[in-house]
Structure formats: structure tokens, C-alpha cells
Design a protein around this ligand. Structure first.
Ligand code: SF4
Length: 147
């Protein structure tokens, strides 16, 4: 990983280097879960069903570097699509910074502790099921924002 500027997470998203952008993720794992979009209303429902690559115990990608080769539809968050992903959790570091808000105090860049996201109840670690075992997504709708 390249050099990260001091307190880079307080800088505008547009000014972040690639390593800084990558380092901003809090690792909650929420964007690695399937969503269901209502064809008529466009409304999006969350599920507790994880991408096949997600380690459901730690909420980390098991092959982040090569994930696109295995899951071509994996969403790559970038600045240009930030207005098109309203389903990102309110706590997502990218969403917060896109909205000009500070990171949460449990974010590892603030707390210095990668596990703090779990203790804060934000991580999906241990709370999801792999798509390989889940069956129909409709059976797994959850409301993470009030979970
Ligand atoms: S929802 Fe945001 S903070 Fe959480 S894993 Fe996805 S990109 Fe990272």
C-alpha cells in the first residue's frame, strides 16, 4: 500500500489517492450482501445473504484482489457512482464522507481498532449466511438500519 497522508479521511473524497480510497472502508461488509429491488417501485430491500466470497465470520472478502474474476458483478465503489448507491448504510465511510460528514468514532482509522466496527454492532460478521446455503433471497429480508 502506498503512503497515506495524515488524516486523509478528512479530505474531500475527490482528492484521495487510490490507496487512501481503499483504506477508507470500515470493513462492515454490508455492501457484500444481496439486495432485492422491487421491479415496480424500485425500492431496495436488504437481506442477510452474503456474496459467495465473503467470509461470513469476519465480514471480509476472501479474495479481494481477484474478486472480479470470480464475481464479475461485484460493485466497485468509486466517486463517479456515489450518487447512484443510496442503499449504502448510513454508517458507510464513503457515504459519510460523500455527505461531508466525519467518520464514526469506531472507524478503525479513528479508533485504531479493526474490531471496533464489530463491537459497535455495525459489522455483519457472524450475522449473515452465504448465498451458497441461503436458498431464496425473499426468505432473508432484514432491515439492517434498525437491526
Ligand atoms: S458498506 Fe461501505 S464501509 Fe461497509 S464494507 Fe461496504 S464500502 Fe466498506
Amino acid at each position: 500500500m502506498g503512503a497515506l497522508r495524515e488524516r486523509f479521511w478528512e479530505l474531500p473524497l475527490a482528492s484521495l489517492s487510490k490507496p487512501e480510497w481503499e483504506a477508507l472502508c470500515d470493513g462492515c461488509g454490508r455492501c457484500c450482501l444481496h439486495k432485492i429491488e422491487d421491479a415496480d417501485t424500485g425500492q431496495i430491500e436488504d437481506t442477510n445473504v452474503a456474496c459467495t466470497l465473503l467470509d461470513t465470520g469476519t465480514a471480509t472478502c476472501r479474495n479481494y484482489k481477484h474478486r472480479k474474476a470470480f464475481v464479475p458483478e461485484c460493485l466497485q465503489l468509486r466517486l463517479s457512482i456515489m450518487d447512484d448507491v443510496p442503499w449504502l448504510p448510513r454508517t458507510c465511510a464513503y457515504r459519510l464522507r460523500h455527505e461531508g460528514k466525519p467518520l464514526k468514532d469506531w472507524h478503525y482509522l479513528i479508533s485504531g481498532d479493526r474490531e471496533a466496527v464489530i463491537r459497535a454492532g455495525v459489522s455483519v460478521a457472524g450475522r449473515v449466511i452465504s448465498e451458497d446455503d441461503a436458498g431464496p433471497l425473499e426468505h432473508h429480508i432484514v432491515d439492517w438500519e434498525s437491526a
